[in-house]
Design a protein around this ligand. Structure first.
Ligand code: NAD
Length: 495
């Protein structure tokens, strides 16, 4: 059970989350007896010691998911009934909204207001959207040149390995789980080792709303052991991964051995291109929140801001004002607008990039250091005068660090925007609708926002255009296609 180690008035009703593995509807220990600690990144205190899954537990979880796929109530359940379970899960999240908000906030270091506004509503919306799909996954009858009834229907792809990161632990898990369940798949969910708690909460909630045993198995553990065993497992039919490009590459190789389907939602280095004719105030406000939301640990964070010459200085000054107005602090304090980064390692990594920016000759406009000496806080940092070949312009930092570049014409803006190996998201700010439309075609990104930054919606496909941003799409109708396969049936009729 969760330890009560928080010295904070908001934590008295923190939920009691089971700290074991959920396999085949049972909460279990591991064969090795190993546990690992999950910390509150704002205080560095241990929240819980969670049972660590290794290869034997991954085997058991995959076996349970395979069994549930072919036998038991799930295998014969109608789409309408699957939808009802998903809706109940969404209802349970609504009923226990505040406790789940706090659990996610302390485990991932997110300000309460942000978790309330973004993570939970997005997860609930996703469950409800796919609950609606569950009884509408239809095939079609296709006449052929033969005298037979021939139809194509969509069947679940099978056992899904969902491997998710720590930046939006619950939301990312639900993005995989909701469509997979709607389609009738079964799942082994491996949350990130830094943030296992909301996934365990979800496992408990799934049992409470009547999801049959083995349909959702939750196996916290480390990437190199549990994650690797899961993605290499021959009993897995699809790997649904969100995380770093390096792990994505590993998974793609591992998947090749078993020819397993993969969806890879990887990194980003998203440009926000600001033209002089734009509403600069709005561009500053939204780009700042696009860059510093979740302490910059967002795959689509606005990390490269490309500003047209005439408004460059004004933009930089206004952006720095917003950065300096952010209030870093304990995510549970209501005044906090930016929390810590997730871990000491991540903090060191981010500060390493800051150092690289300085060494490469970029101008530090604000920030550039650790904030305080307890908790993993990094000051919101802005670099100006960033050249396209600097590391801070090319590599994903995953922290509150912005690199500003300037341009003089549209062609240069497009070249700069497309100047990395990433292709996840981008924004364009202009009052010229034709230019906005033109730029949206020229910039290589899975999502291009024009005069806004950052919104996503369950109904729209989300993912990169290849390279280090990955392949495939989460969300929308596409996810239904991802978690089903077409099956052809010939019914030979006699004349
Ligand atoms: P990570 O790749 O280190 O970890 C992600 C998950 O993969 C974790 O559960 C981890 O345990 C697991 N893992 C690690 N090594 C593994 C291995 N060898 N085999 C199997 N599983 C393994 O990524 P992270 O640092 O947790 O997350 C940050 C990254 O995620 C960033 O690059 C970010 O851009 C990306 N991200 C992308 C999206 C998107 O939608 N494209 C969304 C959020 C985050």
């Amino acid at each position: 059970m969760l330890k009560n180690v928080f010295d904070h008035p908001d934590t008295k009703d923190i939920p009691q989350v089971l700290d074991r593995l959920l396999i085949d509807g049972e909460w279990c220990e591991s064969a090795s007896g190993k546990r690992f600690a999950t910390l509150n990144p704002a205080t560095e205190q241990v929240i819980a010691e969670v049972v660590e899954a290794g290869a034997p537990e991954i085997d058991a979880a995959v076996a349970a998911a395979r069994k549930a796929l072919r036998r038991g109530p799930w295998a014969i359940m109608t789409g309408a009934d699957r939808g009802r379970i998903l809706r109940k899960l969404a209802d349970l999240m609504r009923d226990r909204f505040e406790e789940l908000v706090r659990l996610e906030s302390i485990d991932a270091g997110k300000p309460l207001a942000a978790t309330r506004r973004m993570d939970l509503p997005a997860a609930i919306d996703c469950l409800e959207y796919y609950a609606g799909w569950a009884d509408k996954i239809a095939g079609e009858v296709i006449p052929t040149r033969h005298d037979a009834l021939t139809y194509v229907h969509r069947v679940p792809v099978g056992v899904v390995a969902a491997v998710v990161p720590w930046n939006f632990p619950l939301m990312n898990a639900v993005w995989k789980i909701a469509p997979a369940l709607a389609c009738g798949c079964t799942i082994v969910l491996k949350p990130a080792e830094l943030t296992p708690l909301s996934a365990l909460w979800l496992g408990q909630a799934a049992l409470e709303v009547g999801l049959p045993s083995g349909v959702l198995n939750v196996v916290p553990g480390f990437g190199a052991t549990a994650g690797s065993a899961l993605v290499s497992h021959p009993g897995v039919d699809k790997i649904a991964f969100t995380g770093s490009p390096q792990t994505g590459q590993f998974i793609m190789r591992a998947a090749a051995d078993n020819v397993t389907r993969i969806g890879l939602e990887l990194g980003g280095k998203s440009p926000s291109v600001v033209f002089a004719d734009a509403d600069i105030e709005t561009a500053v406000r939204q780009t700042a929140s696009g860059a510093f939301f979740n302490a910059g640990q967002v795959c689509s964070a606005a990390t490269r801001i490309i500003v047209e010459d005439p408004v460059h200085d004004r933009f930089v000054e206004a952006l720095a004002k917003r950065a300096n107005a952010l209030r870093l602090g304990n995510p549970l304090d209501t005044g906090t607008t930016m929390g810590p980064v997730i871990s000491e390692r991540q903090m060191e990594r981010v500060l390493g990039y800051v150092e690289a920016g300085r060494k490469d000759g970029a101008e530090t406009v604000c920030g550039g250091a650790r904030a305080g000496n307890a908790g993993y806080f990094v000051e919101p940092t802005i670099f100006a005068g960033v050249a396209a070949d600097m590391r801070i312009a090319k590599e994903e930092i995953f922290g509150p660090v912005i690199a500003i570049q300037r341009f003089t014409d549209e062609e240069e803006a497009v070249d700069l925007a497309n100047g990395t190996d990433y292709s996840l998201a981008a924004a364009v700010w202009t009052d010229d609708i034709n230019r906005g439309h033109r730029m949206s075609k020229l910039i290589d990104a899975g999502t291009v926002w024009v005069n806004t930054y950052g919104p996503t919606d369950t109904r729209l496909p989300w993912g990169g255009m290849g390279g280090q941003s990955g392949i495939g799409r989460d969300l929308g109708r596409t996810a239904i296609e991802n978690y089903t396969e077409q099956k052809v049936v010939w019914l030979q009729t006699r004349p």
